[in-house]
Structures are given as structure tokens and as C-alpha cells.
Design a protein around this ligand. Structure first.
Ligand code: SAM
Length: 199
């Protein structure tokens, strides 16, 4: 999934996130441990949240086609190019990502607290791993950073949203101002009522 032309040793690589342009940052989510019946709703929310806050796509370690279908529908309606790709080997996806120069964050309540980790994150291509009930223990060793969004248990949706917001803020971008070109409809923000226009 990493662009073969991506050069980790490019001129921005060693700069602090505050310095480089976040326009160049790629963020892909890896969803592990999805159970087809039980996790459909929350995995859809992980993907919708990732899309809304500026990630480019989500790799889903499951053969559940329903998530992809929902996100294709969301994209057709509301724009953007977010993708969901079903994968069969999460380890080989991590390996490929790292070989292409990307780095990996694993979100876990046992990790170093996000505000302490942010200054260390100096990469232009991030894979963010979020689990369902349990994650395979190897992920702790494969990740470049095991990060807690606070060190209390909560939700993968909340953990991802806060992480995306803080990462983008550290690189000078507002995750809530992500752009979604194309699509059939656009919301016109209103103090009261709903306004939606066709594009
Ligand atoms: N025991 C798990 C853990 O290691 O964080 C909690 C399981 S929780 C139901 C599912 C997912 O939510 C986890 O795999 C993790 O990605 C995310 N998560 C929950 N709380 C978190 C926190 N405080 N910090 C970071 N991620 C969290």
C-alpha cells in the first residue's frame, strides 16, 4: 500500500512534525481482530472516523465485505478517496510498509502516553494499528511506538480520533478541516437546521 516512489530519506524525514507540511503525511489504519458479527458497527465507526479525520484508508484483517461496502457508499455520497482493503496477512502488510520506509504506531492503553510520544514521531508515512478485543502479542514488538491515549481502557474509535487530531495538529493541520472532493452531496454548516447541497 506504500507508494513505491516514497522516499523516507527525503528532505522532510528528519524534521520535527511541527516543521514539515502535513499535506505530505500518509496515514493508513490497520484494524486487527475484527469479528464479523460482533464488531461490524464499531469497525465501520473506526473507518468512518479515520476517513473524516484525514487518513487515506484502512486495511482490514478480515474477510468481512460489509465494511468496505459502507465506506464505498459514504465516499460516493460525501466525497474523498478513502479506501478499505481486506487483507489476509497483517504481518506482511506491516513488513511491506516498513520496507517502504513507513513507521507503525500501535494504539494500546499499555503504551507510552500520546503527548509524550508525539515529539518523537518524525515520519511522513504512518500506519496506525487499532485492535478489537485482543491483539496478537507480536504487534508490540513490530510497532515503532506502542501508544496509549491516556492509560485507561476506553475505545478504539476514541483512541483513533484523538491520535489523528493530535498528529495532524503537531504538523500544523486541522484534522477537522480535511477535504473531501467529489461525491454527490456537501453539508453547508448551519447554526440551526440542516442544509445539504448537490455537487
Ligand atoms: N486491552 C486493550 C488494550 O490493549 O488497549 C483494550 C481493548 S479495546 C476494547 C480495543 C482497542 O481499543 C485496543 O486494541 C486499542 O487499539 C484501543 N484502545 C482502547 N483504549 C485505549 C487507550 N487508552 N489507548 C490507546 N488505545 C486504546
Amino acid at each position: 500500500m506504500v507508494d513505491a516512489s516514497y522516499n523516507p530519506f527525503g528532505k522532510h524525514y528528519f524534521k520535527s512534525p511541527k516543521v514539515y507540511s502535513s499535506e505530505l503525511m500518509r496515514i493508513v489504519i490497520l484494524r486487527l481482530g475484527h469479528r464479523i458479527q460482533r464488531d461490524q458497527r464499531i469497525t465501520t465507526h473506526v473507518a468512518l472516523t479515520a476517513r473524516a479525520l484525514g487518513a487515506e484508508g484502512m486495511l482490514l484483517d478480515s474477510d468481512d465485505s460489509g465494511i468496505e461496502k459502507s465506506l464505498v457508499e459514504a465516499g460516493a455520497r460525501w466525497g474523498g478517496s478513502f479506501y478499505v482493503k481486506r487483507i489476509t496477512s497483517w504481518k506482511s502488510e506491516i513488513k511491506k510498509w516498513k520496507e517502504a520506509g513507513g513507521k507503525v504506531i500501535h494504539l494500546t492503553m499499555y503504551g507510552i502516553n500520546l503527548p509524550d510520544a508525539i515529539p518523537e514521531i518524525n515520519t511522513m508515512a504512518l500506519m496506525i494499528v487499532v485492535g478489537a478485543e485482543k491483539v496478537p502479542p507480536e504487534i508490540y514488538g513490530l510497532a515503532d511506538w506502542n501508544i496509549g491515549v491516556g492509560n485507561q481502557p476506553h475505545s478504539e474509535v476514541a483512541a483513533l480520533a484523538i491520535t489523528l487530531d493530535r498528529l495532524q495538529a503537531a504538523s500544523g493541520k486541522d484534522a477537522l478541516r480535511s477535504q473531501f472532493p467529489g461525491g454527490e452531496l456537501e453539508i453547508i454548516p448551519r447554526r440551526s437546521g440542516k442544509e445539504v447541497k448537490g455537487r
